[in-house]
Write a protein that binds this ligand. Structure first.
Ligand code: GDD
Length: 335
């Protein structure tokens, strides 16, 4: 009998890579999605749309969870969430429902109906307090936006269920993970989409970004999918940081992408007057719009994935340059 896994949020970026990893490893893979009406494009792109079983689950009403969990899974990977900081600032109440109430509903259902099921909860580096040192699992926590508040609550809830009810529950503290399946709500997806437009259309106007000096620890989501899958196959359950261990600015990401596309990016000005031009053509590529700044954008944080390396034998395999190459190849082939 194959192992049976459920991925909540299977149609998202990381859910899709995880589904592919589990299908290829021989699991019977199920997933939840808000709508069954269209074929999920990420699963189709990865060639596994026909190899997973989808179940509809509303983002606000979780009564269907009892019916879904009655199918008895060996593993649940809970990735469904509102995952954009910017959206959480606009819709904090919805974010609490999607991220805290939903996680609690899944944990309660596991405890009541399927206590042997192993449960992964996707958390974020946003819950870790910025520091000059690489951040591991024991690092102090705090939250500076509604998304981070909800993820901190969801992590604490999962820990309470692990300790109080003896469940196998893992929190994954995920630093930024990007890919060709990223949409333009997130800065890497926005940069690649717009730079590819500029490369394909010499009359396309410059686009706008917010704080390009913000720093993040970027990895490829496919690398995280492998780690997430392994985290439920260790002897004991505990939390894991997944990260590359290297800090880069949004500007670094932009510069590497622009260079790969044949531009020669040159920045001038400061703060919101920063502009990037292509030195070869003199063309303006990007300007800054304060509208895209966050009220609080924390100092860059770098992750320490030592526990995942030693317990799960996990290492990221896709470099920063390869991540950007894959994102560009995907968009250039589409247009
Ligand atoms: N979205 C966006 N759009 N961000 C911008 C822009 C812009 O035009 N310009 C600059 N930024 C900066 C943001 O201020 C932030 O500092 C950084 O780019 C990254 O923003 P996002 O791509 O929106 O991602 P995030 O870091 O807030 O959150 C992502 O990573 C988390 C893990 O660290 C998401 O994937 C979260 O779900 C995830 O938990």
């Amino acid at each position: 009998m194959p192992q049976k896994a459920l991925i909540t949020g299977i149609t998202g970026q990381t859910g899709s890579f995880l589904a592919k990893h589990l299908v290829r490893a021989g699991y019977e893979v199920h997933g939840t999605t808000r709508s069954l009406e269209t074929t999920p494009w990420r699963l189709a792109h990865l060639g596994i749309a026909g190899e997973v079983q989808l179940h509809q689950l509303s983002a606000t009403d979780f009564r269907e969870i009892d019916d879904i969990i009655a199918r008895k899974f060996d593993y649940i990977f809970h990735l469904a969430a509102e995952s954009s900081v910017a959206t959480s600032l606009k819709e904090p109440t919805k974010t609490v429902t999607a991220n805290v109430t939903q996680t609690t509903a899944w944990l309660e259902a596991v405890k009541n109906a399927s206590p042997d099921c192993r449960f992964f909860n996707a958390v974020t580096s946003e819950v870790l307090t910025a520091s000059n040192r690489p951040l591991g699992e024991g690092a102090p926590c705090s939250a500076s936006n509604p998304y981070a508040v909800t993820k901190l609550a969801s992590m604490n809830m999962a820990q309470v269920f692990r300790e109080s009810f003896d469940l196998y529950v893992v929190n994954g503290l995920l630093f930024n993970h990007e890919s060709e399946l990223r949409d333009a709500r997130f800065v890497t997806g926005k940069i690649i989409l717009n730079l590819c437009n500029l490369a394909n259309d010499t009359s396309a106007p410059a686009f706008q970004l917010g704080n390009v000096l913000a720093e993040r620890d970027f990895s490829h989501a496919e690398d995280f999918a492998r780690g997430i899958a392994s985290s439920l196959n260790h002897e004991t359950s505990q939390d894991y940081v997944f990260a590359s261990g290297t800090l880069r600015s949004v500007k670094d990401f932009f510069d590497v992408a622009a260079s790969q596309l044949g531009f020669d990016p040159n920045w001038t000005g400061e703060g919101t007057d920063m502009v990037c031009r292509d030195l070869k053509s003199g063309r303006e590529l990007v300007t800054i719009n304060p509208e895209f700044y966050r009220p609080i954008d924390e100092k860059g944080k770098v992750g320490n994935p030592a526990r995942a390396q030693s317990h799960l034998d996990w290492q990221p395999q896709i470099t920063f340059a390869q991540l950007i190459e894959r994102m560009i190849a995907f968009h250039m082939n589409k247009t």
